[in-house]
Design a protein around this ligand. Structure first.
Ligand SMILES: Cc1cc2nc3c(=O)[nH]c(=O)nc-3n(C[C@H](O)[C@H](O)[C@H](O)COP(=O)(O)OP(=O)(O)OC[C@H]3O[C@@H](n4cnc5c(N)ncnc54)[C@H](O)[C@@H]3O)c2cc1C
Length: 599
């Protein structure tokens, strides 16, 4: 048989060459397999972490270390009928010593340009479900046998008391619940605690007019998709109810009205001591794994503006805005110009308040209606598409090559919505597109702030119904605000839509400043742009992967990320629960301290 030349290599031939190289990684010529510009995005399968490794040399270094430990083999091309399969790219499956995995490779002249490898399940520790569904009842008579209800009640009596959870999840929003659902199916004893009484309360307590910005086909929960007659955009109260239903259906052990006060880790025993307050009672929990699913934002951030204490009207943070029903006729100032600021301005306007938004720096604005059109072409929108597969398709694009795609998308939005942006600018609003023109999505990954998805406020701004004042605030007066340029804005109400402290703060508040320092910044890619200091990391810092603190994990993000990455975190936790080897590959990097928020 003649050997195919590298430039005409098919996916099957490339996979065979990869498998041969993995068998002798020291001797292999990795630059013959990977293009000069190349990316290997690994979701737990090779690195036991979430990493994108860039360039043939870095890839060779990773694989030389990991290949003997991981034992990847049986690389097999997947169904040729799958999307993103042609002569240049294709899906495949493989196994490691401990797991089954799936991957995708894109070839350029026979060498890998982008490789994705993703663990899907642990061998011998698969989720219950399908053919592994439990029997439920034994069809034999037996004295004292337990019903499902007996078992649930026994778990409620014992878990957290005589039985310790292996994993404790602090935060029962979508992130905590999705992870808990996966761990339940993996049979890892897990407890979720939340300061709110009920699952879903974090959504329930947000302002009344809130609807999700993403269409429903992006928002499905693992195992339990939304009914297909549900509206395209979900109200926050409907979402809150869904979280409650989900927690029940997935039999998640959930303690409401329970606040985590303090957690300390004992290196010697590998155990956390977590003090929680449950309905005024102090309880000590001793999990081995502690997950913070406490939300992307830390505590509310209110800037220190001179004179704030003398303001005679009402003033509060955006998170405390319960709705404008009682505010008709009031002169309201909303400080900030991102999503919450816009939504609150609309709410105040709808309730007949006079509204001024204070904008300090440019805001990225994308129109929900334009995004809705764009979303129609997403794989998720096809009713025949499995959500899990669409998630994998999305993962085939690492962040660095994505920058060019996002620039192009931003350019497209600017072009088709040019009249909209012109009207906004004419009204005095500072429109931004990201300092490197990569727009909305990259702003989300870099700092989860700095943008507005327009669901109506922009027209009000363009029409002058919501006034915009650009600039720095000089001081707060008894009855208003004086801008640095001397302009005085009278006010009865000031709303601080000024954001939140960083997520890393949870670590110092609940554990210690030392642990916060050790783990470093969470979220952000290290792009070196405002709010996301370098060095380049290539994946979201510390999210869903081992942190520098043994036994401490972070689970967060929007519904898509919560769904997709809860799988990766659940697999990592299950592997530790099962005592499997989990050789983590750590890229060389410096831990970056979180800066104060900028609104
Ligand atoms: C206006 C708006 C629109 C959004 N639209 C979308 C959208 O369309 N699609 C999308 O995917 N996402 C959207 N999001 C973003 C995101 O999905 C939500 O913010 C989501 O709530 C994050 O879920 P979470 O589970 O990480 O955190 P949260 O929902 O914030 O839950 C964290 C939980 O942790 C608990 N907690 C915190 N500290 C403690 C403690 N010490 N002890 C016990 N419990 C604690 C809190 O009580 C809370 O219930 C939107 C957000 C906003 C504000």
């Amino acid at each position: 048989m003649t050997q195919a030349s590298p430039s005409s290599r098919t996916v099957a031939e490339w996979l065979a060459a990869l498998e041969a190289a993995l068998a002798a990684p020291e001797q292999a010529d990795w630059s013959a397999l990977f293009a000069e510009e190349c990316y290997w995005r690994d979701l737990v399968a090779f690195t036991w972490s979430i990493e994108t490794i860039e360039g043939p040399e870095a890839i060779a270094a990773m694989v030389r270390q990991q290949a003997p430990l991981v034992g990847a083999q049986a690389f097999t091309p997947d169904d040729p009928g799958l999307p993103m399969t042609d002569e240049m790219q294709g899906w495949f499956t493989f196994e490691t010593a401990t797991a089954r995995a799936r991957g995708h490779v894109q070839l350029r002249e026979g060498k890998a340009y982008i490789l994705l490898t993703a663990m899907t399940e642990l061998i011998g520790h698969e989720e219950i479900g399908g053919a592994r569904r439990p029997q439920g009842i034994e069809h034999v008579a037996a004295k004292g046998r337990k019903t499902w209800l007996d078992e649930r009640e026994e778990e409620a009596r014992t878990l957290g008391f005589s039985e310790q959870p292996y994993c404790l999840i602090v935060g029962g929003g979508q992130n905590g619940l999705m992870l808990a659902a996966r761990l339940r199916r993996l049979q890892v004893p897990t407890l979720v605690i939340d300061a709110h009484p009920m699952p879903g309360d974090a959504w329930r307590k947000r302002y009344k007019s809130l609807y999700l910005h993403d269409p429903i086909f992006l928002d499905h929960f693992p195992y339990l998709p939304f009914p297909d007659h549900w509206p395209l955009y979900t109200s926050k109260d409907k979402m809150a109810d869904w979280l409650e239903i989900y927690a029940k259906a997935m039999e998640i052990a959930f303690w409401g009205s329970t606040r985590c006060q303090r957690a300390t880790y004992d290196e010697a025993s590998g155990e956390w001591t977590v003090i929680v307050e449950r309905e005024n009672e102090e309880i000590v929990l001793r999990p081995r794994q502690l997950v913070l699913a406490t939300g992307l934002s830390g505590a509310r951030f209110i800037p220190d503006i001179p004179g704030a204490e003398r303001f005679e009207g009402q003033q509060y943070h955006a998170a405390d805005h319960e709705g404008g029903a009682t505010l008709a006729g009031k002169r309201a100032i909303v400080i900030g110009s991102n999503n919450s600021a816009h939504d609150i301005c609309v709410d105040l306007w709808e309730n007949d308040a006079q509204v001024i938004m204070i904008q300090r720096s440019p805001t990225i604005v994308v129109r929900a209606s334009t995004m809705q059109e764009g979303a129609k072409s997403l794989a998720y929108a096809d009713p025949r598409m499995e959500t899990e597969f669409a998630d994998l398709m999305g993962a085939t694009m690492p962040f660095r090559p994505r920058l060019a795609a996002e620039k192009a998308f931003t350019g497209y939005l600017r072009q088709i919505d040019a009249p909209f942006y012109e009207r906004l600018e004419k009204a005095g609003f500072l429109v931004g597109h990201g300092e490197d023109e990569t727009g909305f999505f990259m702003a989300y990954y870099r700092r989860a702030a700095g943008y507005y998805i327009d669901v109506g406020a922009s027209d009000l701004i363009a029409d002058g119904e919501i006034a915009v004042q650009v600039g720095e605030i000089g001081e707060i007066l008894e009855d208003g605000v004086r801008m640095a340029d001397g302009t005085v804005l009278p006010a009865d109400l000031i709303v601080y839509a000024t954001g939140y402290h960083s997520m890393s703060r949870w670590m110092s508040e609940l554990i210690s400043p030392e642990v916060e320092r050790k783990v470093g910044r969470c979220w952000g890619l290290g792009s070196g742009t405002q709010g996301d200091p370098g060095p380049w990391e290539g994946e979201l810092r510390n999210m869903w992967k081992p942190t520098a603190q043994e036994g401490l994990w972070l689970q967060g993000g929007n519904l898509m990320q919560a769904r997709f990455h809860s799988l990766h975190l659940a697999l990592q936790i299950k592997a530790r629960h099962a005592g499997l080897p989990t050789p983590v590959w750590h890229a060389e990097r410096t831990r970056v301290r979180a800066p104060e928020p900028a609104f």
